[in-house]
Design a protein around this ligand. Structure first.
Ligand code: FAD
Ligand code: SF4
Length: 426
């Protein structure tokens, strides 16, 4: 966690700046065209099909209907971030194994304009989480009057009524945070999942015929340092080199593109992930046992324990529901609209611009049992799911695409371009 001499920056601003640099070099950047499926010929990926736009709630074309477009390419680089839908589809289709299933955390984050400058970085572990959940918080200065803070919680928590948004709101009442926030204004809110499985969850190969997988979609995140950006950037650089070499030899075959896997395996990406390979996994047995084991791993440079800690997918973790729930149960307190906010306030501050009349992009099975409805309602940071009279109500336009739903419940699918949150300074 020691990062002296580094910068704290807004990823949105960096990405916008990078986009301008790319366009200045002649690269076409088309925003607002979500890729909905892969185009394949035999075993080869030959491009993507974009999502349709301008459909009504029942899927009928409106006057502004735009049909899906097929974008074909010699090589398709999948950089969809966490829980990438196309990356998952390709790995399943090609039966690419990983030693462990991928596991995830959900991070909820706010940007605040403050009256009191923050002169340090704050990281915490544990509270306000129950002991059988893994997670912690961060508070970073972005400018003298601007801070970013958030709470990140592993989705393998046991309490089916745990509500990460509500715990985050409660966390801000602690003097460690509220002394910086008092008198300030929350200007942006967001939520996103993070692949946390580390070394053992990275797919055995991230390349195939006509395709490469980069960044979070490949699981390149080091949880002990909460870092994934420089791995995403480096995997992009290595992918670009492999693609360039493959195109020069006029063959973007699996054999040529396997150079990308070799380069990633030899890079600091896999070396860093190997060093902390069991660190996050140790916390599956609770906070104190995990803390002890993680300490031993740090002391032994990752050599303890000598074997992989086996994990199960987050969706397979048994949850306490109903009366057996726990810490998340009596949350939230009523949001005061000044220091603490409701989920609806959060969605508003995410800049979500989804039309109310789009077809739903969340695939929910029929007859969701009441306990599952309660679980989804607590899990979703954006208030998309509500339990009403024992049944599940789905407010799909509220979705901020954090993907927690795809990991723990109903399937998430891409929706028309321009939908979703409009983060500016996240
Ligand atoms: C709360 C939180 C705090 C974090 N803090 C840090 C930190 O301090 N330092 C650090 O290094 N890392 C941090 N990370 C992790 C870091 O954000 C990620 O590792 C990094 O952004 C991964 O980059 P990426 O390009 O792979 O994915 P992303 O940055 O997620 O970019 C993927 C993009 O693809 C888009 N996309 C997804 N699906 C489709 C589709 N079907 N069609 C078209 N576009 C699509 C997404 O909308 C997104 O814009 C944090 C993450 C979270 C959630
Ligand atoms: S519906 Fe799912 S993906 Fe959308 S905000 Fe809620 S949990 Fe996240």
């Amino acid at each position: 966690m020691r990062n002296k001499g580094n910068y704290v920056a807004s990823l949105c601003e960096i990405v916008r700046w990078l986009g301008q640099q790319a366009e200045a070099l002649g690269v076409n950047v088309f925003t607002g065209f979500p890729a909905a499926s892969l185009l394949v010929e035999g075993q080869r990926v030959v491009g993507v099909r974009t999502a349709a736009a301008g459909l009504d709630r029942d899927g009928r074309p409106l006057a502004n209907y735009v049909a899906p477009n097929d974008l074909v390419a010699k090589v398709t680089a999948l950089a969809e971030g966490t829980r990438g839908m196309l990356s998952q589809a390709w790995s399943e289709w090609q039966q690419v194994p990983a030693e462990n299933p991928q596991i995830f955390a959900l991070g909820v984050k706010e940007i605040w304009e403050t009256k009191r400058p923050l002169d340090r970085i704050v990281h915490t572990l544990g509270w306000p989480l129950p002991r059988d959940a893994f997670g912690g918080s961060f508070l970073y200065p972005l400018a003298p009057n601007l801070v970013a803070l958030g709470l990140v919680v592993g989705l393998d928590y046991r309490d089916g009524t745990l509500d990460i948004h509500s715990l985050f709101q409660r966390m801000k009442l602690h003097p460690l945070f509220c002394r910086y926030l008092d008198g300030g204004e929350m200007v942006e809110w967001g939520a996103k999942t993070i692949p946390e499985g580390g070394y053992y969850s990275v797919p055995a190969r991230r390349s195939g015929d006509g395709v490469l997988i980069l960044g979070d979609s490949a699981g390149f995140v080091d949880v002990p340092s909460l870092k994934g950006i420089h791995y995403a950037v480096q995997s992009g650089i290595l992918a670009a080199r492999a693609i360039f070499a493959a195109l020069r030899s006029e063959q973007a075959s699996a054999v040529q593109l396997a150079e990308y896997d070799r380069a990633v395996n030899a890079s600091f990406i896999m070396q860093d992930l190997y060093r902390t390979r069991n660190m996050r996994l140790a916390f599956k047995d609770g906070f104190y046992t995990g803390g002890l084991k993680a300490g031993l791993m740090t002391l032994t440079g990752g050599r303890f324990p000598s074997r992989k800690i086996a994990m199960q997918p987050d969706a397979a973790v048994p949850r306490r529901t109903g009366l057996a729930g726990g810490a998340g149960r009596d949350e939230p307190r009523v949001a005061d609209g000044t220091l603490t906010f409701s989920k609806v306030d959060g969605v508003f501050k995410s800049g979500n611009t989804t039309r109310d009349t789009t077809p739903t992009h969340l695939i929910v099975g029929p007859d969701v049992p009441p306990d599952a409805a309660t679980f989804y309602a607590h899990m979703c940071p954006a208030g998309v799911y509500e339990r009403v009279d024992g049944t599940l109500r789905v407010n799909a336009p509220n979705c901020v695409d954090c993907k927690a739903t795809d990991i723990l419940g109903p399937r998430w699918t891409p929706r028309e371009g321009g939908s979703g949150p409009k983060y500016k300074r996240m």
